[in-house]
Structures are given as structure tokens and as C-alpha cells.
Design a protein around this ligand. Sequence first.
Ligand code: AMP
Ligand code: GLY
Length: 434
Amino acid sequence: MKLLLIGGGGREHALAWKLSQSPRVKKLFAAPGNAGIAQVAECRPVGAEDLPGLLALAKEIKPDLTVVGPDNPLAMGVVDLFEKQGLRAFGPSASAARFEASKIFSKQFMQRHGIPTARFGNFSSSAEAKKFAASLDACVVKADGLALGKGVIICRSPAESAAAITQMMEQKLFGAAGERVIVEEFMQGEEASIHALLDGKSYRLFPSSQDNKRVGDNDAGPNTGGMGTISPVPQVSAAIMQAAEGKILKPFLRGCAAEGIEYRGLLYPGLMLTADGPKVLEFNARFGDPETQVLMMRLESDLLDALEAVVDRRLVGAALRFKRDAAVCVVMASGGYPGDYAKGKPIRGLDDAAKLDGVQVFHAGTKRSGDAIVTSGGRVLGVTALGRDLKAARERAYEAVARIQFDGAHYRRDIGLRALKVLECTPGWAEAAV
Ligand code: AMP
Ligand code: GLY
């Protein structure tokens, strides 16, 4: 089979790496790809949001299946466009991708179908939003639209929430994405990511994973796209996974059926594990980045089989198998990220790091420049390792990180550390985690 993969980040390198292991994949193209993806695919210089360019490329290479990585092309309707031309594509339609593209749509859907989430109000008037925020002690103000993961402000007092609402709605800090906002109650707890393949009727779960979104150790500093992940998450017991299935995934599918929405693709609910059980922070309509890096390392069965089963609506007969090993991904970022950063810094030590057993270095913001591989984005690499347990995976990942250098590189030193402390206090959780 011939495949086209849309995107060029760490998530797409992990997908490309896994897809290229499928015996049925004869040729893999990526648009635009990156220097790591180029090791397993032919990269074409077409941007992930250039829909006419992507369609022209697909007409040229005639892929048997197109796999869409990022959220923006999904929200722009790339799957609808491809299907109209008779091209098979993995990912939700634009209408189904609204679960990620509009937080208000998503929250109202959860309310209609009894899916547990934080209490909220939605507003197109800043005065009304401020009044509601003042009635909550601590709250979270969220821009309705897509804002590169930045449109969420946590507020500890009415003064902070009023300032956040002014920034979003009056000063238009996030542009049109902030014209309407959600104000919701602040939830306390551990965060975890659930990934499920949905074919409109049934679902198949990946193991639990957890991202670390703040730039600094101990969750200091501003939010990023994600600085590192672990899988499994010790706090996600079988009982929590069951609750997530019964209270979130099944009502989600039933709600979609009742409202005539066919959700085919990957659904990634971000969860808060509260004292009252798991609650949905947000729905994402695509694989997480860098969650995909750890999930692909643990996936034993063929990814292409699973994605095709989704596209062809026959997930009910498909099985996903995973390794028992744990996986840890540490993101190495450019100096200054998540603020401004320089590009074009040569990266050294990639081959040395890759020699370590159980290690894969997934590229995110990289490109080839002559003989060298250089930085070309904020998140540069996702250094990922498997190990018999979280401790072993973590040690390997950091051993690999120590072998890689580029000017200004920074990374968190505590990926997986909180989970290890939890395991020390409650041995036995390691076996229970899913
Ligand atoms: P979102 O894009 O909605 O997932 O929000 C980004 C991040 O903000 C989440 O990963 C949480 O860390 C935090 N957050 C969002 N909503 C809440 C909430 N209701 N309570 C506590 N933290 C939240
Ligand atoms: N891991 C964060 C995201 O993919 O949105």
C-alpha cells in the first residue's frame, strides 16, 4: 500500500516510524515531514494546512490511505475534501473535529449527554463572563477556538479572571478564537490522557499516558505544547479506565449517534482525575503530541490495520496489542521556547543516542542542512525509551538525552519522577496501571 501522512512534528515521526513497520506499507509519503520522518518516508514540501496543495499531491501520488496528524487540517475539513474525491483518509470530518475546534460545542455536548466535566458558562459578553467568574473562587478562562494550546488562563481570584477576560475578549489576545469564552470551575487532581480509536460505532483504547505541559521542572513556568510523557500512568487504575469507558466513551458514542455525528478517527480526552472520578478537561480530535511517542513505542500490533479498521467502520473485529513495558519521552526544546527561539542550530549525538537499546529519538522541529541535522522549531526532539518499568524507561531516556547536544537545548529533568514517587508509596499500582 501507498500511504500519505500529513504533518511534520514529533507525533508524525512516531506514526511514520510505526506505520513503516507494517509489512503492507510499500511506500510512505509525508507532507511536509521533517528530518526524522525522512528516514522512513519520502517528504514533500507541502504544508499541513495547504489543503489545495495536499489534494494536488494526493492526485499525483494516489495514496491508498492518508493519515492526518495535526488538528488544524482536520478542523479545515481535509478529510471531507479527500473523501469527496474518493480518497480514503484517517481522521474525523470537520463537523466531528468541532469537539476540539470549539470548546463551547464540546462542553454543551457533554452537558447534553451527562459526560462529567467542570461546571461552566459560555459568553460572548465580557461583562457577563466577569460576573460568572466572580461567583467562582478559582476558575479557568478558555478561548472558544483553536489557539495553539495557549488559550487557557487559570485564575485564582476574581481580579485575575477579570484581567484574563479583558485580555481575551476586549484586547483580543488570541484573535478571533477569544471572541467567545468559557469560564469554568477549577478542578483539582492529576491529569491523564486517554486515547481511543472510534469508528462511529465502537472504540478501542490505548493505554493511559500523561503529558507534562509546563516548561520547567515541578510544573514551573508557562505552558508549552508538551515537554514529556509517560505510559502507563500509575494513578490510572483499571477502575478509573472502566469509569472513563462507562461515563465518557460510551456516552460520547451514544451522543454522537443521537445527534447524527459520525466520529471516525482518534479521540483523545484530556482528563482530570478528581475525587469524584475522572472528568473531561477537553476533547482532542487527533493523537496527542508527545503522547503518541510513548504509545507507538508500546503498540505491538500493526498500526495500519487499526487505522484502516477505523476508516472502513470495522473496528469491532480489530484488536490492539501492547507491550507490558513502560515508556518515557523527554522533549528537548530550543533555547527560549515556548517564547521566541533561534533556529538552525546543528544537533550532535543523534546516532550515539539511537544506539541505546530500547531508545527511539523522534524528531519534531528538525531539518537537514547539508550533512547536518539542524533545529527548525520550538520542540526539537522527543527522546523516547522503553523499559521493563517506569524507572528503567526513565533512566534510558535520560541516558539518551545526555548523548545529544545543540546550542540552547533545554528539557525537563523530572519527567516520570512524580509517578515514581507515587509507586514508591503504593507498590502494586505498577501492576494495576493500564
Ligand atoms: P485545555 O486546553 O482545556 O486542556 O487546558 C489546558 C490545561 O489547563 C489543562 O491541561 C489543565 O492543566 C488546565 N486546565 C484546564 N481546565 C482546567 C480546570 N477546569 N481545572 C483545572 N485545570 C484546568
Ligand atoms: N499533549 C498535548 C496535546 O497534544 O494537545
